[in-house]
Design a protein around this ligand. Structure first.
Ligand SMILES: O=C(O)[C@H](O)[C@H](O)COP(=O)(O)O
Ligand SMILES: [Mg+2]
Length: 310
């Protein structure tokens, strides 16, 4: 049977056990939306908790599946909220998508289904892209299909969160991807954003990606968690001993699964997407796919760590 994760509540540990836990990792990868903040609202105590861990000598990386900002904007946001943070520590999926194309020496144009976060990162590595924003069907479909112009310079389709996803965008992306030489890159596949407004579901990038992979009949190369490209990028600038690395997240099928895949210790905070009831059910299952979602530790919110370590 697969080894069950312990699912230990950090809040129940003694001071001595907390010290042992803190001493057990040197590198910390933290998710952002749902752990540090929700949209533009910082979570109480999260900057102080993370800064305290930094003061204790932990190397910190901000690993977010969010593709909607350039790293500079992200840095500004984090610093304004009180996090001590440097640009090199920020791993966003838009930055990494641009980085991936640069690594493979891509020299054509990118058709982007996404936001300015992606196009501004492509600009930084001198990769050309198609315009973003609304692209709506302004005539009947057959007329549109007969007149649509595809750009012969496009050699890759990059898909991320796009609030203007539309039928014309799906049609163009799938048509470019009909060419097997056209690269297909997705920033991430999160189903939903964590959102604090009761009853409202905010569809995530995963919904946009799935719509395109369905009509393209192809699977993309996925940059974000739980795929491991994001950690490969970190390994290039930092020595990582998996056993002495902690992944903190609010979503088990991205953050915790990435930690499990990489052999990191994992901590789930309950301030975002995944709830404890679901995790307890997965823990009872004998199936590996569920066990892989179960974290070693959990805590109400990151800020609670502050009282535990002081
Ligand atoms: O679809 C998205 O982009 C995500 O739901 C979201 O922004 C993920 O961000 P993370 O929790 O990885 O910081
Ligand atoms: Mg999150």
């Amino acid at each position: 049977m697969y080894n069950k994760r312990s699912l230990t509540n950090l809040a129940n540990l003694s001071k001595e056990e907390i010290k042992k836990f803190i001493d057990s990792f040197d590198v910390l990868l933290t998710d952002c939306d749902g752990v540090l903040w929700l949209e533009n609202q910082v979570y109480d105590g999260s900057p102080q908790a993370l800064n305290s861990l930094r003061d204790l000598g932990k190397k910190i990386f901000f690993v977010t599946n969010n593709s909607t900002r350039h790293r500079d904007e992200f840095l500004k946001k984090a610093q304004k909220m009180g996090f001590t943070c440097e640009k090199e520590e920020i791993m966003t999926t838009s930055y990494l998508a641009a980085n991936y194309l640069k690594e493979i020496n891509f020299d054509k144009k990118v058709y982007v289904v996404g936001s300015k976060g992606i196009t501004s990162e492509l600009e930084e590595v001198n990769i050309k892209y198609s315009p973003i924003g609304p692209d709506i069907l302004d005539c009947d479909l057959m007329t549109y299909i007969e007149n649509v112009k595809l750009d012969p310079d496009v050699g890759a389709v990059v898909v991320g969160f796009d609030q203007h996803i539309s039928y014309p965008k799906m049609l163009k992306a799938a048509s470019y991807l009909n060419d097997p030489n056209c690269h297909f890159v997705a920033t991430n596949t999160d189903e939903r954003f964590p959102i604090g407004i009761g009853g409202i579901v905010k569809p995530g990038s995963g919904a946009v990606v799935r719509s395109i992979e369905t009509c393209a009949e192809r699977k993309p190369f996925v940059i974000g968690k739980p795929e491991t490209y994001i950690t490969e990028a970190i390994k290039k600038c930092c020595n990582i001993d998996p056993k002495r690395t902690l992944m903190i997240g609010d979503r088990c099928n991205t953050d915790i699964l990435l930690g499990t895949r990489c052999g990191y210790q994992t901590l789930l905070v309950l301030s975002g997407v995944t709830n404890l009831e679901d995790v307890r059910k997965w823990k009872e299952s004998d199936k590996k796919e569920y066990q892989d979602l179960v974290p070693d530790f959990y805590l109400g919110k990151l800020g609670d760590l502050l009282t535990l370590i002081n």
